[in-house]
Design a protein around this ligand. Structure first.
Ligand code: URA
Length: 487
């Protein structure tokens, strides 16, 4: 005999996250005064119609706080099979115990809160540890990731990945549910077997190099890392084999990094902002530069840009600069900490590497136009520091408006894309830079784009020999650019 044979009512929910099904049934049952122990909650996709519930009494209304409904929806993603029964018991009790949620010592409330926390943690881990691997599907690559959640969080978390990776076709496969995004529609399929996810590919080797270079030893807290990154996630992270070595060298590397720390946030941030937005920082831009017939006018128009939210935290728009009739336009990613303060592109550490290599390649910086794909500094505050954060596809797309106008006015014979963000902005799609660097691409409108790495890539390499080798390759790319500029 099963539990639901003993209960008066069996509610059959269509899937593990059928919160709407629970809510409709629960409302009906509470209004009919059905006690919690009379109900069996089962998830049964095949037999949904079999729930035989009493009709809701006419004219009766159930008042439930929005806070409870939102929190219950979160808790309903927990994998505990008793969760729907617990939620109903709480709903039932709240009719006579209006302040139930405030009683932290109540066993039901404690369990409810623990579920909410566990779901939140699992969602956070999925966001942090999903690693996409590229699979070759002809023209348009697909990125596939494997993840093993503890709870039913895939549906709830999928919109985050849509926002974060809008311009990519991706699938996140999990044993519970799979999410797919084709750049237009988000769809779900039943849980998958790990063998469906690609195990290794070129992206993985690239990712390992990348991780090694972005690894910040000053941020390393081994205990916290182990707590945050349980062993089960390590299995799926391509960078996991690197971690023991990186951890071992962390102390010396941390001292070196602290010595090179970026400056504190701009002390005159507010003053500079006030200069550019004298009325109110929230004022929408009134000038999008459509009529600008010179770079100077375009730069002025871009001062009040609100095309994406990055303007809020940045000190100012950092626009391109260079002479009229420049022989080539160089496009970087976005201003960094020092550029944001100075209002000029490539004046910080990456700019210094860039300048030195340009000089060796006999390219006169005063004769080229230098700009960025994104014109505001995107960062995450860490104490007093501002840590560079990569612009997303939406921000790149929003700022492309300005880059297109700069190209329209400068009419360059040659454009140099410094790194993946610049290439994505110029070509409208993600480009594997390390594979394609040194190549020239002709855009449909005839624009010639030379692809190379971003100079900050060199800065992040810690091994001296590797660093020198990468700098030499960048110099060779710049020498090729010099030859193209002369031709
Ligand atoms: N990196 C960039 O891409 N641009 C700058 O202006 C500085 C650093």
């Amino acid at each position: 005999m099963q539990l639901f044979d003993l209960c008066t009512y069996t509610v059959r929910l269509t899937n593990q996250t059928d919160f709407e099904g629970w809510r409709d049934a629960a409302r009906n049952l509470v209004l009919n005064d059905v006690e919690p122990q009379e109900i069996a909650w089962v998830v049964d996709a095949t037999d949904h119609a079999a729930s035989q519930l009493p009709a809701a009494p006419t004219g009766s209304q159930l008042k439930v706080s929005r806070d409870f409904v939102e929190r219950a929806e979160m808790a309903s993603c927990h994998s505990d099979p008793e969760r729907f029964a617990l939620l109903y018991r709480m709903l039932w009790r709240m009719r006579s115990e209006a302040e139930l949620l405030k009683i932290a010592s109540d066993p039901d409330v404690r369990r409810f809160e623990a579920m909410e926390r566990a779901v939140g943690r699992d969602m956070h881990k999925m966001r942090a540890f999903v690693r996409f691997r590229e699979i070759d599907e002809g023209e348009d690559a697909r990125y596939v990731a494997w993840f093993e959640p503890d709870h039913f969080i895939v549906g709830r978390n999928a919109p985050f990945f849509v926002r974060r990776f809008t311009g990519m076709r991706w699938s996140i496969l999990t044993p519970l549910l799979c999410a797919h995004w084709d750049k237009i529609e988000l769809t779900f399929t039943p849980g998958a077997d790990k063998r469906s996810a690609p195990a290794d590919d070129t992206t993985e080797a690239l990712w390992r190099t990348y991780y090694e270079n972005i690894f910040n030893p000053a941020r390393l807290k081994t205990k916290a890392m182990q707590k945050e990154m349980p062993k089960k996630y390590w299995r799926n992270l391509p960078e996991a084999p690197l971690i023991p070595n990186l951890v071992a060298g962390a102390d010396a590397a941390a001292r070196e990094m602290i010595a090179k720390m970026p400056t504190a946030p701009a002390p005159h941030h507010a003053k500079v902002q006030a200069k550019h937005w004298p009325t109110s920082p929230a004022r929408a831009t009134s000038d999008d530069g459509v009529d600008a017939d010179s770079i100077a006018k375009l730069r002025k128009a871009a001062e009040g840009c609100r095309r994406c939210p990055l303007w809020r935290e940045a000190t100012q728009t950092v626009f391109g600069e260079g002479p009229d009739g420049a022989a080539a336009v160089f496009v970087g990613e976005q201003p960094g900490d020092q550029e944001d303060i100075a209002g000029k592109p490539f004046v910080g550490p990456a700019g210094k590497v860039f300048d030195a290599v340009l000089e060796e390649a006999a390219i006169d910086r005063r004769k080229i136009y230098i700009t960025n794909a994104v014109k505001h500094f995107k960062f995450e505050p860490r104490g007093k520091r501002r840590i560079h954060s990569k612009p997303n596809a939406g921000e790149i797309q929003a700022c492309r408006w300005w880059l297109d106008k700069e190209l329209e006015l400068t009419k360059p014979g040659l454009v140099v894309a410094l790194g993946a963000t610049a290439a994505q902005s110029l070509l409208g799609k993600a480009i594997p830079i390390t594979r394609m660097r040194g190549q020239m691409i002709e855009r449909e409108d005839g624009l010639h784009i030379f692809l190379t790495i971003h100079p900050s890539f060199i800065l992040r390499i810690r091994d001296t020999a590797d660093k020198q080798a990468e700098r030499d390759r960048f110099l060779r790319d710049m020498q090729a650019v010099k030859a193209l500029m002369a031709s």
